[in-house]
Design a binder for this molecule. Structure first.
Ligand SMILES: NC(=O)c1ccc[n+]([C@@H]2O[C@H](COP(=O)([O-])OP(=O)(O)OC[C@H]3O[C@@H](n4cnc5c(N)ncnc54)[C@H](O)[C@@H]3O)[C@@H](O)[C@H]2O)c1
Length: 321
């Protein structure tokens, strides 16, 4: 198949591109390199079935050309990362909302199937210690608290995708990704595991934002790629939203401790108030772990690597092993 992958020079997109090439597909990546990089796809560029186009999903004419030529689309391009989105507020909303609208509209015009990468951020600060199900309510913060803009934009995209399916029959699958981690993930835009590991390997303070009691789950990139491809292939998944993540949860303070131990680091673990890390208006969610029974009922078990194994893999990568 000829596959169009937006955001394919990013962390997840580059692994997904590689996997789709290994499956024998022809892959075209469109990416504006805002948070992605050519290095992420360097090993793919010699493959004659791979093509990289430096361009923007907001460029409708460019997108029209490549959507028309492909058989299906994985739409991953987005403004990503808490820090990046806070630093680029308007541009992030425009990319995530208008860009996705362009992708879905063109997919409808040319009758192409789409996978849309949403985010667990859409659950917002819905409290409690319960794992999130796709049908759960969402509670997002006020408009003066900028971090919620990303959650609103991804949530709007989900509604748009599902409406294109219901009103116009677009075959679209929405994956609500929880934290995904792996070697090529950048530490620059607010992602916690690469930041902690880099700090630990330099024996610098590991900086935990807030009190560290916030609970998260992390899934390894290879497991995420398996899930994304498998759910995209299922007819019964069309028009549906699926959590994609790991159920193994950990507090961020314990994550810092695990990383310090597994890397034999002498780093101190320091707690930095949110106001210092971001701004005075920052809000965080306490507990964010998925219920993945809906997707597992369709594609089977896919979350295989345990957190300590993931951390070791990423540490080895940074050490150059
Ligand atoms: N990594 C995670 O844990 C995670 C969690 C939830 C959701 N997601 C979603 O998965 C997708 C991929 O995320 P990632 O972690 O690989 O991030 P990433 O930043 O590495 O990848 C996003 C890519 O999109 C590109 N991009 C951004 N704006 C663009 C535009 N206007 N036109 C063309 N390209 C553009 C960037 O250059 C980058 O290569 C995103 O949609 C993100 O919201 C990721």
């Amino acid at each position: 198949m000829r596959i169009l992958l937006t955001g394919g020079a990013g962390f997840i997109g580059s692994y997904l591109s590689e996997s789709l090439l290994n499956d024998g597909h022809i892959v075209t990546v469109i990416d504006n390199l805002s948070t992605g990089s050519r290095d992420n796809i360097a090993q793919l560029e010699n493959n004659e079935r791979f093509k990289f186009v430096e361009g923007d999903i907001l460029d409708r004419e460019l997108m029209l050309k490549f959507v028309r030529e492909c058989d299906c689309i994985y739409h991953l391009a987005a403004a990503v990362g808490v820090k990046y989105v806070l630093d680029n507020q308007l541009g992030s909303l425009i990319t995530n909302v208008r860009g996705t609208e362009i992708v879905l509209d063109l997919a409808h015009v040319f009758k192409k199937k789409v996978f849309f990468a949403s985010s667990s951020e859409v659950y917002g600060k819905n409290g409690g210690l319960k794992s999130f199900k796709e049908t759960d309510d969402r509670i997002l913060g006020a408009v003066n608290i900028s971090r919620w803009g990303y959650a609103f934009s991804k949530g709007f995209d989900e509604f748009l995708a599902v409406a294109y399916h219901r009103s116009r029959g677009l075959p679209v699958v929405v994956g609500r990704l929880f934290n995904i981690c792996g070697p090529k993930q950048s530490a620059s835009y607010g992602m916690v595991i690469p930041r902690f590991i880099q700090q630990a390997l330099k024996n610098e303070p590991i900086t935990v934002y807030g009190d560290g009691k916030q609970v998260r789950s992390f899934m390894y990139i290879s497991d995420a790629v398996v899930a994304i491809k498998a759910i995209m292939d299922k007819k019964e998944a069309q028009g549906e939203v699926f959590n994609i993540g790991s159920c193994q949860s950990i507090s961020i303070a314990d994550l810092a401790l695990n990383i310090k131990t597994l890397s034999n680091s002498s780093s101190q673990i320091c707690f930095v108030p949110y106001a210092e890390a971001y701004d005075n208006n920052f809000e965080d969610m306490f507990y964010r772990v998925p219920d993945i029974s809906k997707i597992e009922n369709i594609i089977g078990q896919f979350s295989k690597l345990k957190l300590d194994e993931m951390i070791k893999e990423i540490i080895n990568h940074y050490r150059g092993n």
